[in-house]
Design a protein around this ligand. Sequence first.
Ligand code: MSP
Length: 656
Amino acid sequence: MPEKKKFYITTPIYYPSDKLHIGHAYSTVATDAMARYKRLTGCDVMFLTGTDEHGQKIEDKAKAAGVTPQQYVDNIVDGPRGVRDLWKLMNISNDRFIRTTDDYHVAAIQKIFKAMYDKGDIYKGTYQGKYCKDCEAFWTETQLVDGKCPDCGRPVQDAQEEAYFFRLSKYADRVQHLLEDTDFLEPRSRVNEMVNNFIKPGLEDLCVSRTSFKWGIPVDFDPGHVVYVWIDALFNYTTALGFMNDKYHDFDKFWPADVHFIGKEIVRFHSIIWPAMLMSMDLPLPKKVFGHGWLLLDGGKMSKSKGNVVDPYLLAERYGVDALRYFLLREFPFGTDGNFSNEALIGRINTDLANDLGNLVSRTTAMVGKYFGQNLPGCADADPAMDGELMDLARGLRDLYEEQMEHYAFQNALMEIFKLIGRANKYIDENKPWLLAKDEAQKPRLARVLYNLLECVRISAVLLTPFMPDTCQKIFEQIGAGEELRTWASAKEWGLLPVDAPVQKGNGLFPRIDMEKELKELEEMHKKPVEAEAPKAEVPAEPEYITIDEFNKVKFVTAKILACEAVPKSSKLLRFTLDCGEGIPRQILSGIHEYYEPEELVGKTVVACTNLKPRKMMGIMSNGMLISAVKEEPDGSEKLHLIMLDDKVPAGYGLC
Ligand code: MSP
């Protein structure tokens, strides 16, 4: 068997500082469709996604929430309705998920940083410039737009500190050649922007460490510095395959990546900084970087700060995952910006999915059931005049689709499929099966017409699978197409469905939505605060702190056990006579008989709290408490160890 072609595709790793919105889902859904398409064509696919978890913004957010940065990111990634949950809901078929806080990644980044330093490509200097906290990006004066961050338009701060720099300038010529003379970066329109705005004005060396915050990967040979986020983030594409670590072992198999899908605002990092860093590490470059457009709301950025976040959970739950996936990739050309609106989404569901696809499937399967029961009988031969165009369209569809998919033109690929779906619906009207059904002599022709429709549905469903996996599964079940009729090869072959395949009409695939009513409901929902729409991931409660003065009120002393005996009639209590360095012995009762026999404790040095209010137990006074290590087991039982000190520690010492 020839070896399968490898295909390595990545999404940008999501920065979990705010809730995921539909724009983030766009990147990931597109990558998923591409990965599924490549698997369909027989490739050995590696699809990587993950989370980019370091940086000042996370540190600040965690502080505000009263939790550690690690707790903060853990919750957003793995908590309820977190990142992983969303990708599961959206049917994202990633093969791997990397978190930049994963130990193996952290250690690998330290090695990479050191290797670049040893090579002389990273050096120490002083950073002076402008910093955008929101984008975690440093800018020079000339790059600012109206004195503000050129990416997000927010104010920037002056910044100066000792920092490490990456010698980006050294690689300027090679990167320029890569961008101008190869098709490394797509769409092509982004090349000019990169060359004219960033390379031609002179590439400056890049600040790659920070000392002003702690939440990052420490530079292990210079404490106080943490690796600034882009080295950490970009190399995820290699560490997740096992580069500089032993966690995985498929770096040689999958690197270089076939394509990085990314949003347009991070094209600079991926098409200039990333290749330069790979050059520094003497690693092969990814074959392609594709910078897709943005989903905008009313022409503006889809960010929480503008109060117009569109919650992907809510949309997927309301309209169905497949409808949302389809809409995202059908509505907007992948390379350019598009305006997101609920109206457009509902419109697509009603026209393409309910009217065209849903109707074709339900009419076809219903007619088979109505006129023939579950199976078609033998069919008349195809009639070239009546059937030729439809059959040619279906036979030619896979090639047209492939051409578009290979260029990441999801919208066009879907349009090709819907041309066949539209043609098939027209074919029903042209052939009027309901009239054929009235004439017994026309039954073989009727069977042919329905068979042709089933084949169109089958071929369309094979090619739609990367976009709407669950829906296509349902379609295959309804038309009785087994696994071998869902393959890439089968999408090019007309006439594979057995004539007597068991056809079964199922529930409607996409119910029509009452646009007016729906928009009203959405408007009501939008009036509610965004946070209320989806339950917030739980953030652990802020710990209840005590002050040092409060702590000092508790008096712990070292105590030597002079005598110990069981308290009569008690199964738990032991009576201790202790030397606490007070001149006269102290008596303390402790409920630890089930763990210790009295004689084994005599002579041991333990810790006692001596200013606990005295109390009587079983009629005997206890003047304090012995301190133990206790663990509650899941079954409610406890494990207990009396804290014992080295016998050399004298009695009567305080603890601090
Ligand atoms: N952490 C970086 C990526 C590092 S990759 C080595 C990052 N994260 S992000 O969470 O801010 O963005 C993740 C992806 O979502 C990016 O590709 C970004 O372009 C994309 N989108 C975020 N908002 C978007 C829209 N409104 N529309 C389309 N995609 C957008 O960047």
